[in-house]
Design a protein around this ligand. Structure first.
Ligand code: PLP
Length: 274
C-alpha cells in the first residue's frame, strides 16, 4: 500500500551558492524560497560574504575540497532532484560542481538552475571575469534553466549592456550555448518612461515570450534574483516543466517583493511566502 500523500517526503533541492551574512540574498534567501515551495532545502556553501544592507565588505570562495566535502556528504544521504547554483566564487569551484552534476546525473535525473551571479545588487563585483568562461564552458551546457538579469546576460555574452529589443536574441544565444531554457529577468532594467511593468523574457522548450506583472516599487529588493532562481528550481523539483516553473517563480518573486521589509539602513530583503 502506498503512503498517504501527506507523509510523502518532500523533494530535496540543493543550493550551492554564497552565504550573505546580512540574511537577505544568497543561500539564506534560497532556503526561504525552498521553504515557501514546501521542498527540503540543503545548502553547500561555495563562498562567504561579509556584508550588510549597504555593501559587501568582503567575499571569499571556500576551498574546493571543502565544497567537495559538503557535496559528497549530501550525495550520500540527501540526493537532489534539483540544484540551484548561485555565487560559486572560483573557477575551481565551478569544476567541482560540474563534476558532481555529471556524477549525480548518472544515478537519476537532475534539474539544474543557474543564477549567474557576478554582481550584488549593492554594487560590488562578486565574481571575477575568469568565471565567465568557466560558466559558459562548464555550466551552461548542463543547465536546465539559466536565469540572468539583463546585466548578467550581457556579461555572459561579452556585451557592454543589453537593450530591451536585444533580449530575445540574447536568450536564443544562451540556449545555443547549451542551456535548455533561459529566463532573462527585467526587474533590474528600468526603462525611461517605463510602463510600470516588470518583464522577463522566457525561452523554453514549451513556450517563448514576455512574462509581465506590475512592477513592485520597493527599496527592499535584496535577494530578488536568488529567490527567482531557487523558486524555479523548487518548481522543477515538484515536477513542473521549465515554462511553468518560470511562471511560478515569477509569481513567487513578485509576492516576495511585495512582502519585502526594511532591515538595516539600505536595501532590505524580499520575503518569500504566501
Ligand atoms: N549571492 C550572494 C552571496 C549575494 O551576496 C548576493 C547579493 O548580495 C547575490 C547572490 C545576488 O543578490 P540578488 O538576488 O539581490 O541579485
Amino acid at each position: 500500500m502506498s503512503a498517504p500523500a501527506s507523509s510523502m517526503p518532500p523533494p530535496v533541492v540543493w543550493s550551492i551558492a554564497g552565504s550573505d551574512s546580512g540574511g537577505g540574498a544568497g543561500l539564506q534567501a534560497d532556503l526561504k524560497a525552498f521553504e515557501a515551495f514546501g521542498v527540503h532545502g540543503c545548502t553547500a556553501v561555495a563562498a562567504i560574504t561579509a556584508q550588510h544592507s549597504l555593501r559587501v565588505c568582503r567575499s571569499e570562495p571556500v576551498a574546493p575540497d571543502l565544497l567537495e566535502a559538503q557535496l559528497a556528504a549530501l550525495a550520500e544521504d540527501l540526493p537532489p532532484v534539483a540544484i540551484k547554483l548561485g555565487m560559486l566564487g572560483s573557477v575551481d569551484n565551478v569544476h567541482c560542481v560540474a563534476r558532481w552534476v555529471d556524477r549525480l546525473r548518472r544515478e537519476r535525473p537532475l534539474a539544474l538552475v543557474i543564477d549567474p551571479v557576478w554582481r550584488a545588487t549593492t554594487g560590488a563585483a562578486l565574481a571575477a571575469s575568469a568565471l565567465r568562461e568557466a560558466c559558459l564552458d562548464e555550466l551552461l551546457p548542463r543547465a536546465t534553466i539559466v536565469t540572468p538579469n539583463r546585466a548578467e546576460a550581457a556579461w555572459l555574452l561579452g556585451m557592454e549592456r543589453l537593450e530591451a529589443h536585444e533580449v530575445p536574441e540574447a536568450a536564443r544565444e544562451l540556449r545555443a550555448a547549451g542551456a535548455r531554457a533561459v529566463a532573462i529577468t527585467g526587474g533590474d532594467a528600468r526603462e525611461p518612461g517605463g510602463d510600470g511593468l516588470a518583464a522577463d523574457w522566457i525561452d523554453t522548450p514549451q513556450a517563448q515570450g514576455w512574462l509581465t506583472l506590475p512592477r513592485v516599487d520597493t527599496p527592499h529588493h535584496h535577494g530578488t534574483g536568488c529567490v527567482f532562481a531557487s523558486s524555479a528550481a523548487a518548481a522543477l523539483a515538484l515536477g513542473h516543466c521549465e515554462a511553468d516553473a518560470l511562471v511560478l517563480a515569477k509569481l513567487a518573486t513578485t509576492q516576495a517583493l511585495r512582502r519585502g521589509y526594511a532591515a538595516g539602513r539600505g536595501a532590505g530583503p524580499v520575503r518569500p511566502g504566501a
